[in-house]
Design a protein around this ligand. Structure first.
Ligand code: SAH
Length: 347
């Protein structure tokens, strides 16, 4: 099988080029076309000799997923891309513009998701198909970046969140490789603090990975006790809250860092002050901040988001116990690009 250029580091690619008997400087040249000029076709790399094209094309893939559809939110500056992989599988990425200098890409790491959380469209409406490769993860960023530049929406991509389709810790190789290229000076040269991985917590392994990568962590905790959490998140049955919290305790944080606890607010289900109390007992002395996410309606779960009033009460209680709280007004809800609304719809 051909190796995808975006699955390789510059040094790995250079070795491959040398193995082909080509001059080493060609590797850096091709790299520049890809990473700086965003050209994804050997034939369009005008500084390469024609005779070199067949051997490059036979050895390496440089395929970038096709954009099947772009949906623009009417309420905020976010853009959902429906993308088609080489094998025809569809997945989604979101570009969120904060300002002319600040933009976030929310990337998927799988086609569908095996976790099947009841409130999440990706788990409940899409059949889990496969993991995405590092190349497919990075492609989402190239595509969003090109769109942002072409449409003069932002001058660059500043933040990446692994909060699209899929569970990052069930695709560690793909996610790790993509992050290596995001951080590498040969790649996107981003700083660790601008990358966030979100996890539902699947097993006792993620603290190690986070400590190694040094990126930020967000945890989809969502429910403050096992009975409730297991009802909505099947993964809680095999990796319950006590184990999840024990794993969070292993995460090394610098002075100013916190772990983000994501907490979905579903009307009448997990939004009472009683739940906030349980939540505080659960996290104990962990350095966390809470991100409250009003439930975005999906087809499979007949429920409503908590009222603003209830969200404010819940937030005020957490605040009164000295916790930092933000409310995530999901972006792109009207294009089904809000959290948990990724279900491969067009338009
Ligand atoms: N599997 C990872 C990555 C997905 S991130 C994880 O669970 O963290 C997507 C975020 O959106 C998660 O916090 C998820 O729980 C949340 N989410 C899913 N469905 C949602 C919905 N309908 N409304 C609001 N948030 C939702």
């Amino acid at each position: 099988m051909k190796k995808h250029i975006l699955d390789l580091s510059l040094s790995e690619f250079t070795k491959e080029i040398e193995l082909l008997g080509l001059p080493k400087f060609r590797a850096a040249q091709i790299w520049d076309w890809v990473y700086n000029k965003h050209v994804f076709s050997f034939a369009k790399m005008t500084s390469l000799p024609q005779v070199m094209l067949p051997i490059l094309e036979q050895t390496f893939s440089i395929f970038i997923p096709e954009i099947e559809a772009v949906s623009e939110s009417k309420t905020d500056k976010s853009f959902k891309f429906l993308l088609k992989a080489e094998d025809g599988k569809l997945f989604e990425a979101i570009l969120m513009i904060a300002s002319a200098e600040r933009a976030t890409v929310c990337v998927s790491c799988m086609v569908g998701c095996p976790l099947k959380c009841k409130f999440c469209a990706t788990g409940s409406e899409v059949t889990f198909a496969r993991k995405l490769s590092a190349a497919e993860i990075l492609s989402q960023i190239f595509i969003a970046q090109k769109y942002a530049l072409d449409n003069k929406l932002a001058s660059k991509i500043t933040n990446i969140v692994f909060m699209g389709m899929g569970e990052p810790f069930l695709n560690i190789p793909g996610v790790e490789r993509a992050i290596a290229m995001l951080l590498s000076p040969d790649g996107f040269a981003m700083s660790k603090s601008r990358i966030t991985i979100s996890t539902a917590g699947v097993d006792a392994n993620f603290a190690n990975v986070i400590n190694k990568l040094g990126v930020k962590l967000a945890v989809s905790l969502h429910f403050p006790n096992d009975a409730l959490r297991s009802q909505f998140m099947p993964v809680n049955k095999s990796f319950p809250l006590a184990q999840l919290v024990a794993e969070l305790k292993k995460i090394k944080l610098s002075k100013r860092e916190t772990i983000t606890i994501e907490y979905i607010m579903i009307d009448g289900v997990n939004d009472q002050v009683e739940h906030a109390k349980q939540l505080i007992n659960l996290v104990g002395s962990l350095k966390v901040k809470f991100n409250l996410i009003p439930y975005n309606p999906t087809k499979m779960l007949n429920a409503k988001p908590s009222s603003d009033d209830q969200i404010n009460k819940f937030a005020a209680f957490l605040n009164s116990k000295s916790f930092m709280v933000t409310v995530r007004r999901s972006k792109g809800i009207d294009v089904d690009g809000g959290c948990g609304q990724f279900a491969l719809k067009r338009g």
